[in-house]
Ligand binder design. Sequence first.
Ligand code: ADP
Ligand code: MG
Length: 335
Amino acid sequence: MFGFGEKNIGIDLGTANTIVYVEGKGIVLREPSVVAKSTKSGEVIAVGAEARAMIGRTPASIQAVRPMKDGVIADYDTTVAMMKYFIQKALGHSSGKPYVMVCVPTGITAVEKRAVIDATRVAGARDAYVIEEPFAAAIGAGLPVMDPTGSMVVDIGGGTTDVATISLGGIVSSRSVRMAGDKLNESIAQYVRQKYNLLIGERTSEQLKIDIGSASADAAKEIKAVPVRGRDLVTGLPTTVEISGTDVNKAINESVMAIIATIKETLEETSPEIAADVIDHGIVLTGGGALLRNITDVIAEATQVPVSIASDPLDCVAIGTGESLKSINVMKKKQ
Ligand code: ADP
Ligand code: MG
């Protein structure tokens, strides 16, 4: 499309994970959105999985940074360094700068959107275009986004949960709340601190969520407790405490309720036609948060609408962003 040897890529620049899609190849890279830097010189020491392993374990001379927060760029220079590394890793030694499609959350400001486009160019793109994240998620989930029928997609990521109804190639209504995976992790750490006087890190609370977390209080009762290591707040010493499925459910319940409230509000403001379509086809969940146990059940119960999880929920946005590269020429005219 753009001449010989040029590669176009799609990037899902997520708060938790960055995924790169290369046209003609598909997804070539999935890495945590983390950068380890020298605190003194600011020099990048590691990016992605390697940097993530350093979170909570860095000496004073190294800092592990998550440059994206709540779906937007929180640390511009670090984001550029991270994207540059990922683009080079994804393309290998092939020559020529790529055209890059990056997804952005709905409802971000023009300044925030500009920052994403600029960062992508500085990171090595010949040119950069953006696509709205829930739209990309819906394409990646295989929903009939171009048809005159309403679909609802709920993307539960690290920083934000994005809810959108889509019809005829566009977003009809959408909401974005800063309530997603990171918030669940924080709530778990806070609960464990208050109930057991145990201090646990971000990665331990995330592991608890993945291992024994459930959105349903009833289902949580059936989950086996696990030993968790951390630091005792009273003695200051390392210690082990048994944490149950009910503990984790209680910790995350309020955040899960807030996500459900957002879905309900979005449903309430859709037209009767689209609401009817959504009842027919159900709500489709994408993003890592879709993998939380029983999340489909609690959403279905609260909304009285069938709910399903997209296949490969963590990859949907990247796949949709990649597929939309086909329309990059059309987007070019729009921007
Ligand atoms: P983003 O697009 O914001 O980078 P992702 O869609 O990649 O986010 O999802 C990352 C989030 O999904 C993290 O908060 C992670 O803890 C969460 N997650 C991943 N797997 C699971 C799981 N099995 N259960 C619950 N949450 C999960
Ligand atoms: Mg995402």
